[in-house]
Design a protein around this ligand. Structure first.
Ligand code: ADP
Ligand code: GN1
Ligand code: MG
Length: 372
């Protein structure tokens, strides 16, 4: 096992001796390892060991304070409901010297969690039922945190889903054109600019007091949901780095963006990319069944537009990163961010065509839920 990782692992109160660390390449932000430990009786345990990207999360201490508070709250409520907190939420493994994370002499930040055993995550949805259950999980997560004191949460990345600001950052990336890519992606840039007015949709409603900040996850992509190997149930929403004041609509939208699609986020063949109305319906049904009671009429009405907006925002972020020279999201090949941006724009265009049916689906499910 890598010597540096052994040294890092020694600092955490793991049970057993660390023998193997396997990189997990799923996330776009942190460096994640699955750590295998062997107990004296030969038994095995696994943990997640993560190096936090502190260039993105500028204040890891405050981020970990959020995660500690939220997981503690979830733990209490899951227990009250007769559930198993070690499966249904993240469990922080503290460093031996205390606190929630480790800061090394070289200035890196590390943290550890229990590995949620007998679960897996998927980049794309395998069947409609799975996505229905994902919708139920999201509603449950939001419901459990609906009484968490929102003022206790720090903003881990300012203006994370401020789509107007994201647009401004995008335009700056186009104007700077740091790596001379802009002229090659003129069509994609025009696609964004034509939709500038969309970026105000939710921001203006918040400013006007029509939508209130909620305790939101803010990064509900499908591979942040752990699925039970045996039952196929979606048991836990992980990646709590961006839990902070946001909108339930962001979470709904981001799940649709990543789950109600026919192809992976980085699919090169755009002919394979579309928004699957059946999957949209399944997730929405699961979500409204579990969250419908605490969503406002306006939130319910805005679900389809939020799905489009979050997809558009992600496309803008990927394209801006491509123009900036791939400085934010991890990439595994040249033009990876461009491929990602293109799938998002293909989905946006498809959602625009299917918007009437998405709206109708939400209305029908809402009606059935409110007047069974
Ligand atoms: P990133 O912020 O880089 O996306 P994540 O925290 O999402 O990192 O972790 C990457 C992946 O590792 C997740 O998508 C999930 O599949 C897996 N993972 C994260 N936490 C756990 C855990 N506690 N148990 C099992 N798998 C996990
Ligand atoms: C990142 O960390 P991960 O891979 O779950 C990003 C999300 C994006 C997503 C796009 C902190 O999520 O906002 O929607 O990539 N997380 C952060 O796939 O920026
Ligand atoms: Mg993740």
């Amino acid at each position: 096992m890598d010597r540096q990782l052994v040294e890092i692992a020694k600092n955490f109160s793991f049970r057993g001796d660390p023998v193997e660390a396997t990189p997990c390449s799923k996330g776009h932000i942190n460096d994640t390892y699955v750590l295998r430990c062997v107990l004296t009786d030969g038994g095995r345990l696994r943990y997640i060991l993560q190096r936090i990207d502190h260039h993105i999360f500028r204040n890891p201490e405050k981020m970990m304070e959020n995660i500690a508070g939220v997981t503690e709250h979830l733990r209490r409520k899951i227990l009250l409901a007769g559930g198993d907190p070690r499966r249904e939420t993240l469990t922080i493994i503290p460093p031996r010297k205390g606190g929630n994370f480790l800061r090394t002499d070289s200035g890196d930040y590390w943290r550890a969690y229990d590995f949620i055993e007998n679960t897996h995550s998927r980049d794309i949805v395998e069947n409609p039922k799975q996505f229905y259950l994902a919708g139920r999980l999201l509603g449950k997560f939001q419901g459990l945190l609906s009484d968490f004191p929102i003022e206790r949460l720090h903003e881990t990345i300012p203006d994370f889903h401020n789509t107007k600001k994201r647009f401004e950052q995008f335009i700056t990336a186009v104007e700077k054109d740091n790596v001379n890519h802009a002229r090659r992606v003129k069509d994609e840039i025009d696609f964004v600019i034509r939709r500038e007015s969309d970026t105000a949709t939710l921001v203006d409603l918040i400013a006007g007091g029509k939508l209130s900040p909620r305790v939101a996850h803010n990064d509900t992509k499908f591979n942040n949901m752990m699925i039970d190997d045996a039952t196929g149930e979606c048991v836990c929403l992980v990646d709590l780095d961006t839990v902070m004041p946001g909108l339930y609509l962001y979470d709904f939208g981001d799940s649709i963006r990543t789950g109600a699609t026919t192809a992976p986020e980085d699919e090169k063949n755009l002919a394979r990319v579309s928004m699957d109305l059946g999957l949209f319906e399944h997730f929405t049904r699961g979500y409204i069944e579990s969250a419908g009671s605490f969503l406002s009429d306006l939130e319910l009405e805005l679900l389809p537009r939020a799905a489009k907006l979050m997809t558009f925002e992600s496309g803008m972020r990927f394209l801006a990163d491509y123009l900036n020279g791939d400085i934010y999201f991890k990439v595994h090949r040249p033009e990876h961010n461009l491929d990602r941006a293109r799938t998002q724009f293909k989905l946006v265009a498809d959602m625009e065509e299917k918007m009437d049916r998405m709206i109708q689906t939400v209305a029908e499910i809402t009606e059935a839920e409110q007047h069974p």
